[in-house]
Design a protein around this ligand. Sequence first.
Ligand SMILES: NC(=O)c1ccc[n+]([C@@H]2O[C@H](COP(=O)([O-])OP(=O)(O)OC[C@H]3O[C@@H](n4cnc5c(N)ncnc54)[C@H](O)[C@@H]3O)[C@@H](O)[C@H]2O)c1
Length: 340
Amino acid sequence: MACILLTGGAGYIGSHTFVALAEAGHDVVILDDFSNSDPGVVARMGRVAGREPTVVRGSVLDEALLGRVFAEHRIDGIIHFAALKAVGESVERPLDYFSTNIGGLMTLMRAARAAGVWRLVFSSTATVYGDPGDRAVPETAPRSHTNPYAFTKLTCEQMLEQAAAAEPWCVGVLRYFNPVGAHPSGLIGEDPRGLPNNLMPYVAKVAIGALPELQVFGDDYATPDGTGMRDYVHVVDLARAHVASVEALLDGRAHTLNIGTGRANSVLELVEAYGRAAGRALPYRVVGRRAGDVAITYADPSRARAELGFEATLDLDAMCRDSWRWMRAQASGFRLNDPE
Ligand SMILES: NC(=O)c1ccc[n+]([C@@H]2O[C@H](COP(=O)([O-])OP(=O)(O)OC[C@H]3O[C@@H](n4cnc5c(N)ncnc54)[C@H](O)[C@@H]3O)[C@@H](O)[C@H]2O)c1
């Protein structure tokens, strides 16, 4: 059993990772400033896992607070989720992204180094591949950035590489493809504020009636139904990948890995699958292509299988079914108690 610090652990991926770590028998300390999560999630995380995490409210930019966290808890490893993540917003407010994402990692690493904690899993993203072309993307694909958010993630990867060359860091970089879905309990999931940036949360809001219809950006791509195809990975699978990643670091095995299924589903396949889960066809309208979108991109997941023994097991129907259960549970104030 180890004690893992989750920065941003009250967020979408962090909350699921807490549950997976608790199930694997690890202790967890969460540091979160709740700038993009609801403090009420902590009790629901406790209901799912059978015990509540220790939560420290504060920012990864607060080095003195981080010092106290490391002094008060015997931390064996860190999973660093805390970041700003909206691509569009990053174009409008790049300095906020530089500060929280790059400054946050630097502050965290300084405090961790002072405490002698060298194992760190970093939340990266497939967007560090820039425009990878229409193919299964291996980890060796060239990296680039097309917006400030991707710039911050690529810069953080490079900071970690250079620090690990000079100091005893043992780092796991996980490049997520498209995390979707929710915990099957319906108690935790993604709760985007305002208009969702990503496809699945948008479709979910159409299904629950909060948005009138989905706009599909282009149906003339070179794919079977003409709409763009992406690699969607269930957040519960993604959470398991984090457990495997931090356990590999505890074992001294650093890694940089894609986390995806290795399959691509089209926009229309996702809309249909969500409609099946919700029990009705969902309204959508095809509009023009969006600048910068490629036809199809998906992970080559073979290195994650070889190095972590990790394989995603949950399919698109499970992703939609669990997302829909979460949407209904939220709408009913979590009074919904049917396990289905
Ligand atoms: N969700 C995705 O599609 C996706 C894809 C690729 C990578 N990622 C990365 O994964 C990580 C987690 O993403 P998520 O979807 O769970 O996001 P999220 O916004 O749900 O969770 C992030 C959490 O960090 C907290 N936070 C933000 N700034 C903080 C700060 N300065 N100090 C402490 N806490 C802070 C927020 O309150 C939130 O609870 C991020 O680093 C994100 O860039 C996400």
